[in-house]
Design a protein around this ligand. Structure first.
Ligand SMILES: Cc1cc2nc3c(=O)[nH]c(=O)nc-3n(C[C@H](O)[C@H](O)[C@H](O)COP(=O)(O)OP(=O)(O)OC[C@H]3O[C@@H](n4cnc5c(N)ncnc54)[C@H](O)[C@@H]3O)c2cc1C
Length: 374
């Protein structure tokens, strides 16, 4: 049996494009390595732009039904305790990936896609104008076939994507850590606390919980004892405002997750023998809070081109050219600026300086926030 489309990965990008194509009547197979629900390292800050894409993909109602927390302010605390507070352009959502990813994958299923979880894609080959995709699940190896394949497998390139898409810059690699807390008093805001070799963000999510998410260097993670609880303790010492915020909170160890390496400098690759969407194409530094928006928006860009290819009105070469052109036009600038911002904020003097500039010229701070998003 030859399916119309295989989508590798049922994160936001994969579920988004699968929903779109299944709604248009295509036979979509969505393959996911994990089982839902599952905790995933993420700041769980869903920007207003991401909400627009959820609308366009037909998944907004499903996400809104999770009762996300509303976030309207950002607060930034440098290592020396300087504080910058500003309104966000639009109202963001705080929602756990535990709930969101499961809801969107169910959305794709209800649109008509077949979702198979616990299935890892190991490799693929182009054969006679179609694709053979090799998988492994609890029953062992298997092979599935499709007219086209879309890679939405996140920031790792374990599906045989070209190695040149990996960054070689060791200093650009980080460890991501996240966990939830209860009983933390937090206004409707996202807070960023700078640490040596990284930062930690906090924002409210659904159910009265708070998500705590670190992005730190390997050296910082090692210095803090390489455990989530010891990292929380060390961060409270390094930035006392962070410790004060969580002082009366209750840590939920079962929600903890760690991921490495997080490589935010990998060169962009929206096409690698097939369309790549979301983090598979490129990863914006998490600091910008725009990765989920980019994942959903790239699904939104890719879906109509895949549709035209499947119905025979667009060649594969034209799909590639058109998608590349739209992808770079949309994302190049924010990726570039996001990487610059991440570099600057890692230098304590710069982060203090940025806070100062933000106080003196609030429109400039607003511009920086806006320019790292769509
Ligand atoms: C520390 C950190 C904090 C962040 N904070 C934020 C934030 O606050 N706001 C924001 O917007 N973004 C944030 N991001 C970025 C955001 O998490 C990503 O941009 C987003 O998850 C990308 O979605 P995706 O669908 O491309 O990939 P993913 O969400 O990673 O989904 C990929 C899916 O593919 C599956 N998969 C992988 N390999 C295979 C395989 N071989 N076979 C089958 N399935 C496979 C995975 O299990 C996964 O479910 C953060 C990232 C990090 C690391």
């Amino acid at each position: 049996m030859i399916r119309d489309v295989i989508v590798i990965g049922a994160g936001l990008a994969g579920s988004g494009v699968a929903t779109q194509l299944a709604t248009q009547g295509w036979d979509v197979l969505l393959l996911e390595r994990d089982h839902f629900p599952r905790h995933k390292v993420c700041g769980e800050f869903l920007s207003p732009e991401a909400q627009h894409s959820l609308q366009a993909l037909g998944l907004y109602t499903r996400a809104a039904a999770l009762s996300p927390s509303l976030i309207s302010q950002a607060r930034f605390v440098s290592r020396r305790g300087f504080v910058l507070q500003m309104p966000l352009p639009g109202c963001a959502w705080g929602v756990s990936r535990y709930a969101l990813d499961a809801a969107l994958a169910t959305g794709a299923q209800q649109a008509g896609a077949e979702l198979r979880t616990g299935v890892t894609v190991r490799s693929y080959q182009a054969v006679d104008g179609a694709f053979a995709v090799q998988t492994r699940d609890a029953n062992g190896p298997a092979e599935v076939h499709a007219r086209t394949v879309i890679a939405a497998c996140g920031r790792h390139t374990q599906t045989g994507l070209p190695p040149e898409t990996r960054s070689t810059a060791e200093q650009a690699r980080y460890v991501g850590v996240k966990c939830h807390f209860e009983q933390v008093e937090l206004p409707a805001q996202v807070e960023l606390f700078m640490l040596p070799g990284g930062y930690v963000g906090i924002n409210p999510i659904e159910g009265g919980r708070v998500n705590v998410c670190f992005l730190v260097s390997y050296a910082t993670f090692a210095q803090a004892g390489k455990r989530v609880d010891t990292l929380l303790e060390a961060a409270a010492q390094w930035n006392p405002a962070f410790g004060q915020r969580l002082a009366h909170g209750h840590f939920l160890p079962e929600t903890a997750a760690v991921v490495a390496p997080v490589d935010t400098y990998r060169p962009a690759a929206p096409w690698a023998g097939m369309a790549c969407i979301g983090d598979t194409a490129a990863m914006i530094p998490p600091l910008c809070g725009d990765g989920m928006a980019m994942a959903l928006r790239s699904a939104e860009l890719c879906g109509p081109l895949a549709h035209d290819f499947l119905r025979g009105s667009l060649s594969l070469a034209d799909w590639e050219a058109c998608y590349r052109q739209r992808w770079f036009a949309e994302f190049s600038q924010r990726l570039h600026l996001g990487r610059l911002l991440q570099n600057w904020l890692n230098v304590p003097l710069f982060s203090d300086l940025l806070v100062g500039v933000g106080h003196l010229a609030p429109p400039l701070a607003q511009y920086l926030v806006q320019a790292t998003r769509g």
